[in-house]
Design a protein around this ligand. Structure first.
Ligand code: ADP
Length: 196
């Protein structure tokens, strides 16, 4: 199964993906982690990406897709993967579709994690104290939320039209959110079995 998680920063994408890794036995691919890894290399590319991350801006679509595609080729992704934070733009969604198309498979489900804005800011400021991520500061958080609304939210309509979108109420405990996700996957699996 190939599952996409869409949600603003602080919505809980990473937390829920980690739980699903255990349930489904497929890897979590976080483009945020991949980009931070490149950033940590003392290279010109790393510094350039770091400037995007620290400003709360998205990294360029084609670069993100190139980095992601390399990971998707790994053997561990053969049976599926959890895409955490990618695609984040409609262009990325098209590039991903183009990547999957010749392989004869594609995205099976897209989770849209909905969380009220005040709660997101509260969660991210709390995370800043624990993880010291350079982009978890009020000004950058606000920039990232704005990027989500303008560039990422239009993706929801893209996937809704393709009947892949499943909206999840992310405004509750991680356990309750996970229960909704698990139910949706079960429901999806039953639908698949019924169609044979
Ligand atoms: P969050 O969801 O809290 O923003 P991530 O770790 O997913 O955390 O992303 C951190 C940053 O990495 C983003 O603000 C952005 O700069 C960059 N990034 C992550 N994924 C993508 C992507 N698919 N396209 C472009 N930039 C990305």
């Amino acid at each position: 199964m190939r599952i996409v998680f869409i949600g603003p920063p602080g919505a809980g994408k990473g937390t829920q993906c980690q739980r699903l890794v255990e349930l489904l036995g497929i890897p979590q691919l976080s483009t945020g982690d991949m980009l931070r890894e490149v950033q940590s290399n003392e290279s010109a590319l790393g510094r350039w990406i770091g400037r995007h991350l620290d400003a709360g801006e998205l990294a360029p679509d084609h670069l993100v897709m190139r980095i992601l595609a390399q990971r998707l080729e790994d053997d561990e992704c053969r049976d599926g993967c959890l895409l955490d934070g990618v695609p984040r733009t409609v262009v990325q969604a098209h590039l991903l579709d183009e990547y999957f198309q010749p392989k004869g498979y594609g995205i099976d489900l897209v989770f849209d994690l909905q969380v009220p804005r005040e709660l997101l800011v509260e969660r991210l400021l709390k995370r800043a104290e624990i993880e010291h991520r350079s982009d978890d500061q009020l000004e950058t958080i606000q920039a990232r939320l704005k990027v989500f609304e303008t560039l990422t939210a239009p993706l929801l309509e893209y996937y809704r039209r393709r009947r892949l979108l499943c909206t999840i109420d992310g405004n509750s405990t991680p356990e309750e959110v996970f229960a909704q996700i698990r139910d949706a996957i079960r429901h999806y699996d039953q639908g698949q079995a019924g169609s044979f």
